[in-house]
Ligand binder design. Structure first.
Ligand SMILES: [Zn+2]
Length: 111
């Protein structure tokens, strides 16, 4: 048996590398769309760009609001209506979201 000349094709696998990543369509996902952005701006303006979370309201604390929060979380049956939205500070929002998540865990878990 002689050597079997293997002529491996010298064709480098050309993985097509897209130059620009196509943005995933955000429509229909609730949060990313343009209507939401407009609503968010309206709520921020309505609330004077100040945080309206329970803590700030109770303490009379004035914090700049960057985001909009659902007073009644969507998961708890709240709506996307402006009446259910309020301006909220980023840090307050993070704290509230964590509290909501903890409450959800307790509600669905043992107790
Ligand atoms: Zn706050």
């Amino acid at each position: 048996m002689g050597r079997v000349p293997t002529l491996a094709p010298r064709v480098a696998p050309l993985k097509a590398r897209p130059l620009a990543q196509p943005a995933p369509p955000a429509y229909g996902q609730g949060r990313g769309g343009r209507p939401w952005r407009r609503k968010r701006d309206a709520v921020l303006k309505r609330d004077g760009y100040l945080c309206k979370c329970d803590e700030c309201q109770a303490q009379g604390r004035l914090l700049l609001a960057h985001e909009v929060d659902h007073v009644v979380p969507l998961a708890e049956g709240g709506s996307d209506d402006e009446s259910n939205l309020r301006a909220i500070n980023r840090d307050c929002h993070a704290a509230k979201s964590a509290a909501d998540a903890a409450r959800g865990r307790n509600a669905s878990g043992s107790r």
